[in-house]
Structure formats: C-alpha cells, structure tokens
Ligand binder design. Structure first.
Ligand code: TYC
Length: 98
C-alpha cells in the first residue's frame, strides 16, 4: 500500500468460557444403583446427594449432574455413556448450554 501502518488493538481480555450443564435422562431400565454410582464417580457427589438427584431424575424425567466448561462437560458425557454401554444400560446423558 502507501506505507500506512495499521495497528489493530488486541482484545483486552480472554473470552469467558461457556458453561454447560451435564444432564441425565430417565429411562425404565437403568438400575437406580448404577445411576447413583455414576453421580458419585463421575460428578463427585456424596451418596446422599447422588440419591437425591437420581430420584429427581426418576420422578421428573431429567436432572442436572453438574455445570462445566465445554470440553469437561463433553468428556463427562462420553465417560458416562461408555460406562453405561459397557454394563448394558440404555442410560442417556446430554450437555446443554447453561
Ligand atoms: N427409572 C429407573 C428405574 O426405575 C432409574 C433411573 C433413574 C434411570 C435415573 C435413569 O437417569 C436415570 N430403574
């Protein structure tokens, strides 16, 4: 060009990470004990909280396991689905923008 120097101001800060809810869905076949185990093992809930969340899902159809950044939420969904399929359960786990 004509030698003009264009300087773009850099973004002042990094983008805040989007947050995602990991949600378990009810079904008629997955044992309650398996869901409680999933909530303890993958979402670090104590047994009383895990049981409360499991019963909420059982009665209301769905329940939030935890809220995480996108990559962490996606990994938890995959780990839960892998564990459920390994044990032959139809449990469904999804992530939703929080
Ligand atoms: N409804 C299941 C049963 O009666 C228990 C269950 C709870 C399944 C939560 C899935 O996400 C779930 N055995």
């Amino acid at each position: 060009g004509d030698g003009a120097v264009v300087v773009e101001r850099k973004r002042a800060r990094t983008k805040p990470p989007g947050l995602y809810q990991v949600v378990l869905l009810n079904d008629d076949y997955t044992p309650m004990e398996f869901v409680v185990m999933v909530l303890q093992h993958f979402f670090q809930h104590d047994v009383d909280t895990a049981t409360h969340i499991m019963l909420k899902i059982h009665h209301e159809g769905r329940g939030v396991c935890g809220v995480y950044t996108k990559d962490v939420a996606a990994t938890k969904v995959e780990l839960v689905l892998a564990a459920a399929r390994r044990d032959g359960h139809p449990l469904q786990c999804i992530m939703e923008a929080a």
